[in-house]
Design a protein around this ligand. Sequence first.
Ligand code: PSU
Ligand code: MN
Length: 306
Amino acid sequence: MTSLPLIRSAEVAAAQASGKAVVALESTIITHGMPWPQNFEVARQVEDDIRAGGATPATIAVLDGTLCIGLEPEQLETLAQARGVAKLSRADLAACMATGGTGATTVAATMIAAHLAAIEVFATGGIGGVHRGAEDSFDISADLMELAQTPVSVIAAGAKAILDVDKTLEVLETQGVPVIAVGQDSFPAFWSAGSALRAPLRLDTAEEIAKAHHMRGLLGLPGGQLVANPIPADDEIPSSELAPVIARAQADARAHDIRGKAVTPYLLQRIYELTEGRSLTANIALVRNNARLAAQIARALCTLRA
Ligand code: PSU
Ligand code: MN
């Protein structure tokens, strides 16, 4: 093996050959973020939302050692049902590929793959961040450092309240990552549209967000942008309702000594159980909302680049 094992789906290859907008999607949200069968239904729905928005979806994963940029429907279904799939971040991508393994890509690994495949816009639900209690655990997601070094704009619904959102914003500021709230001043809090925290930046249109991304490139700045898109009002869960649920999930994680990579998937699953599925309904709505905005940004970027 002398070259990088990377393949594009036929749909992605055709889109890029004709200069069409492409939006990257991660796969950890499928394997570790949502239960079967909703994970598969949502993955397909989000791809369709991007197509309806005039762009081409590229769901990214490692299958048998190959970095796949865009998955065929059968591949997506197999991955969504598989058990024990690795969760790949910057640190484990190469070893997984070198050993012919299969793994789902987190925000960090998806950014790396998207950049290799010349994709500049990526939609997801929420990014990893600084966990509560990080002053003891040192648990800070590699997603934050990836945003500082890989030039991909990530469209997410802000940071979840399972994280220490203040500290997450501080690290992003230190790392020089633009954090842009879309159409509002406050930083979106994933399941809730707003929060008590003001976002560092605000832009109101896909065109402005695309221009800001382009301008960073012209300035020669490394890294991407975090585009924080609030969940639609009809789908939000008030933070007052979630606060006790999150506290309970966190106490359970401590009681079971959950650590490292397992923390985020554990908390998401526990919150899903404790809200009797409501957290998932909101999660689905916000991911789809992010996919629609990402398609607009990718198209605006294509127009700028033309
Ligand atoms: N946030 C979600 N759902 C997810 C994740 C985050 O709402 O599935 C996943 C993403 O793939 C993100 C990863 O990159 O969790 C962060 O994991 P960690 O905190 O271990 O870095
Ligand atoms: Mn972590």
